[in-house]
Design a binder for this molecule. Structure first.
Ligand code: JFZ
Length: 294
């Protein structure tokens, strides 16, 4: 076992947070794609996005209360909007509606609760003009890969020690196209103790079965990620909440088989947490209080 990962294996239970412009649609974090919303129509959402400053404190408090030991926030989902301050794009929290750095607040909030800090980062990008073209146009690929590596450099430089980097959706490039080896090399230069997942076409440190619990073989680390209802982003119409009993059973199954459980919440556009989410996670926390290991 890798020393770097000791805390993570011990942690077992984390909170995933999907938060972005799509939270305002309250339908699906894929709405832009699924409903074929033109970019010019989608972009104004960035101006209208005004989460309450400090909203992340409640996320972190709830994670702590639920017995979770780490958090992973979408710094940028497929829509391309950056929840952090960037010098490489204006499509970011500090220069648009929020007028404050959501990632900074999140990092501070997690640390205040003693939780480890993870960043989700979507490689696929529907906003960047080269995000799709990059597969067939070498000049576009070069620009887009420079942008991508640049954003990753920013999030791993500006927020102190980061514990997990959670890449997602690598469409439309392969490892060679993304320059994934170089990407991970940079990541470990900036954050020597970080743990990375396997969604940039490399093995990384752990596998990421999704919405199911499947143990890895040969001692490879794994983390099952799941939603609390059926959606990742806030979905107003989705009331298919898992019970605390189901969550606890899933956590036990992951722990028994040597894996981690990353459970997702989708805050409302103002950053507040749906009541049902609070209710279920608080109940999970009560069980953890009695039966957890700390
Ligand atoms: C992706 C995203 O598209 C989705 O919005 C969410 O962020 C989720 C955590 O990740 O969806 C995926 C990614 C990978 C697989 C399936 C869905 N996969 O490897 O089976």
């Amino acid at each position: 076992q890798i020393r770097r990962m000791a805390w993570w294996h011990e942690a077992k239970f984390g909170m995933f947070i999907h938060f972005g412009l799509y939270s305002q649609h309250a339908r699906h974090e894929w709405a832009m794609e699924q409903e074929a919303i033109p970019i010019q129509e989608y972009m104004p959402l960035a101006q209208e996005f005004k989460p309450t400053p400090g909203a992340a404190r409640a996320w972190a408090r709830l994670a702590k209360a639920a017995g979770m030991k780490y958090m992973v926030l979408t710094t940028k989902h497929h829509e391309g909007f950056c929840n952090f301050d960037s010098k490489l794009t204006d499509y970011c929290a500090t220069k648009q509606g929020p007028k404050h750095d959501i990632v900074r607040e999140y990092v501070d909030a997690a640390r205040a609760e003693g939780l480890h800090v993870g960043f989700y980062y979507s490689l696929m990008d529907w906003h960047h003009p080269d995000g799709a073209k990059c597969a067939t146009d070498e000049a576009a690929r070069k620009r887009f890969v420079a942008y991508t590596h640049g954003l990753i450099r920013e999030i791993l430089t500006n927020y102190g020690k980061i514990d997990v980097l959670w890449y997602d959706v690598s469409w439309p490039l392969d490892a060679k196209g993304w320059e994934s080896e170089k990407m991970n090399k940079m990541v470990f230069e900036l954050q020597p103790d970080i743990i990375v997942n396997n969604r940039n076409h490399l093995q990384g440190d752990f596998s990421t079965p999704e919405q199911k619990i499947v143990a890895e073989t040969n001692g490879r680390a794994w983390e099952s990620c799941m939603t609390l209802n059926d959606s990742w982003g806030y979905q107003r119409a989705d009331d298919d909440w898992k019970s605390a009993k189901t969550i606890v059973r899933n956590l036990i199954t992951c722990a028994r088989d040597g894996g981690n459980y990353l459970l997702n919440i989708g805050p409302r556009p103002d950053g507040s947490i749906p009541e049902e989410t609070v209710r279920v996670l608080t109940e999970v926390g009560a069980w953890m209080e009695t039966n957890g290991d700390t």
